[in-house]
Design a protein around this ligand. Structure first.
Ligand code: PLP
Length: 388
């Protein structure tokens, strides 16, 4: 693995036996960081371009545009819709359940999010509910491959093409996931990746948009740089979302260990999927369907209806046992206070709300070894003994 060091992420709280996250910084990244510091062009320069090229090659796409975060990647990709006739206040369809950045990015791009409920078993947007959410102001659909589980892209693309809508895949959590033989992120018109420290390809903070359409890539390059097209010729309402050379050095220095990290995380994910069969009466967890490869982001655990314990009891037991966990995101329209002005009420998105109220997720990252996974299994078994 070319001598990567598995550093404990700033995300990981001290003292956890099974920390939630980690970040890998290779010696190559350290060398590139030094190169970045030695050069005079410290942002959006040569290393950024090399990183973009390496990222495009990895996904076999024509274009990759580096930006400063995954949220910016989502927002800028959506803002490309203005080049195709969208107006401020038009609508973008997103799943109700996601990390809040998905919804925030829609607002940041100047659009209104229209939420569609998810499927409990996949955590992803329910394609059968999309058509009913389309209005004459809908301009785009932004499915999320939540927890690395590919969204049902065939159905989503079919409805998008029927209505002439742009598709932006939020691939923040699904680096390397495969849907029917195609990498997640290569199916829609554009895909947005987060390169935050928790993700497989990371620049610590950062984002990337990939597309096969050079015109869209050109729009993205302008949008990330204040809407500029030529020197001080501002043609769009832009963002300030460039990636700097030091972040790109981390990304470029780590991209060659993508497969190693991916495989290690996959082993951990598949191990837990296999071992959790023992707890099938109590929990819903993601399963891999035929024709897909889940991108190993984290391991989601959702309490089944009727179990005799609460999520809080379960998470508290994990925490006291030294297993770090995170809430399984939120039903953005009904559970995030800042979204309440949209007028949704509890119960409007029952599946997303169920997942949020009853779900958590734990780490499966490259720093976790088999004995730690066995410790997770023992800890869950001990907890359940009280309720069997
Ligand atoms: C589904 C999803 N979309 C978008 C983002 C935003 O990424 P960032 O934190 O890099 O802005 C995240 C964060 O990881 C995410 O999980």
């Amino acid at each position: 693995m070319n001598g990567p060091r598995w550093n404990q992420s700033v995300e990981a709280k001290a003292g956890y036996k099974v920390p939630f996250g980690t970040v890998s910084i290779t010696d190559e990244a350290r060398r590139l960081i030094q190169r970045a510091l030695d050069e005079t062009f410290v942002t959006n320069g040569k290393i950024v371009h090399e990183f973009e090229q390496a990222f495009a090659d990895l996904f076999q796409m024509k274009e990759a545009v580096a930006v400063s975060s995954g949220t910016d990647a989502d927002a800028l990709a959506l803002a490309v819709a203005y080049d195709y006739g969208a107006r401020r206040g038009d609508e973008v369809i997103v799943p109700a359940l996601s990390f809040i950045a998905t919804g925030n990015a829609v607002f940041q791009a100047g659009f209104k999010p229209v939420f569609v409920d998810v499927k409990r078993e996949t955590l992803n947007i329910d394609p059968e509910r999309i058509e009913a959410a389309i209005t004459d102001r809908t301009r785009a659909i932004m499915p999320v491959h939540l927890m690395g589980k590919p969204a049902d892209m065939d159905a989503i693309m079919a409805v998008a093409r029927k209505h002439g809508l742009l598709v932006v895949e939020d691939t923040a959590e699904a680096h390397g996931a495969v849907y029917h033989g195609r990498l997640a992120g290569t199916i829609g018109d554009m895909a947005a990746f987060s390169l935050y420290a928790a993700h497989i390809i990371t620049s610590i903070e950062g984002g990337m948009v990939i597309t096969n359409d050079p015109q869209k890539a050109e729009a993205l390059r302008s949008l990330r740089n204040h809407g500029m097209v030529n020197k001080f010729d501002f043609q769009r309402i832009g963002f300030s979302a460039k990636m700097n050379e030091i972040e790109a050095a981390v990304g470029l220095g780590n991209i060659h260990i993508f497969r190693d990290i991916f495989e290690k995380r996959r082993r951990n994910l598949l191990y837990l999927i296999g071992r959790f069969k023992e707890f099938e009466d109590y929990f819903i967890y993601l399963k891999e369907d035929a024709g897909e490869t889940i991108g190993p982001h984290a391991f989601s655990i959702i309490l089944k209806p009727g179990v005799k314990f609460s999520k809080e009891d379960f998470v508290d037991h994990l925490d006291k046992s030294g297993i770090d966990s995170r809430n399984l995101f939120y039903s953005m329209p009904t559970q995030c206070p800042s979204y309440q002005f949209l007028g949704h009420k509890p119960g409007d998105f029952p599946e997303a709300e169920y997942c949020s109220d009853h779900g958590t997720h734990i780490g499966i990252h490259q720093g976790i070894e088999n004995d730690q996974l066995e410790y997770v299994i023992d800890t869950v078994r001990t907890f359940l003994e009280k309720y069997s």
